[in-house]
Design a protein. Structure first.
Length: 189
């Protein structure tokens, strides 16, 4: 099977032939159709988390996936071949930058019919990060409202990884003013 791997920290990803995933009793084998690329993948590639996430190299990166179920383990009851699914595999089983991945049934969900594979493949880690920030840390509860500034960017856009250029930075886009009712509602929650 083909995959993009990190063979050594700080080196570019490279295409490689890797063994097929092993499918356990509670695993679902997914044909990858879309995989999200996150800041976490880049930080792992650079070795920034090797003290707390001691991955063995050669490593297939990738934390988000959407695809189609190919096969299920003997004890899987919630999925069948042909199901459209999406997931954020457990940290010990990442590897969505590959043709196929085996994912524990508990980490998998049916893809909503209302979104594309590409949209589904971009959601899991970003959605988990938002949930952790808003619900687990921020204690936001049903019925409350939240104003999110710069919602079109990822969760770690505070610094640029692009090289310096001689061109001046682009001015920020013009955003229409927020209606007073929204601003008041967001401030009082």
């Amino acid at each position: 099977m083909r995959a993009f791997v990190v063979a050594k920290y700080k080196e570019p990803l490279r295409a490689a032939d890797v063994p097929e995933p092993t499918v356990g009793d509670r695993d679902v084998l997914v044909q990858v159709q879309a995989a999200g690329l996150n800041q976490l993948d880049e930080k792992i590639r650079l070795g920034e988390f090797k003290q707390i996430l001691p991955y063995k190299l050669q490593l297939i990166l990738g934390h988000d996936v959407a695809g189609t179920v190919i096969r299920v383990g003997a004890k899987v009851r919630g999925f069948k071949p042909g199901d459209a699914v999406y997931a954020r595999p457990d940290k010990d089983r990442i590897g969505t930058f590959a043709e196929r991945i085996a994912i524990t049934e508990a980490d998998l969900a049916l893809k909503p019919a209302s979104i594309s594979m590409e949209e589904a493949g971009s959601l899991p880690l970003v959605a988990l990060t938002a949930w952790q920030a808003l619900v687990e840390q921020g204690n936001v509860r049903p019925g409350q409202k939240v104003l999110i500034h710069a919602g079109a960017a990822g969760s770690d856009r505070s610094r640029s990884n692009s090289p310096n250029t001689s061109a001046p930075p682009s001015p920020p886009p013009q955003v229409p003013p927020m209606p007073t009712s929204c601003a008041t509602s967001a401030r009082t929650r």
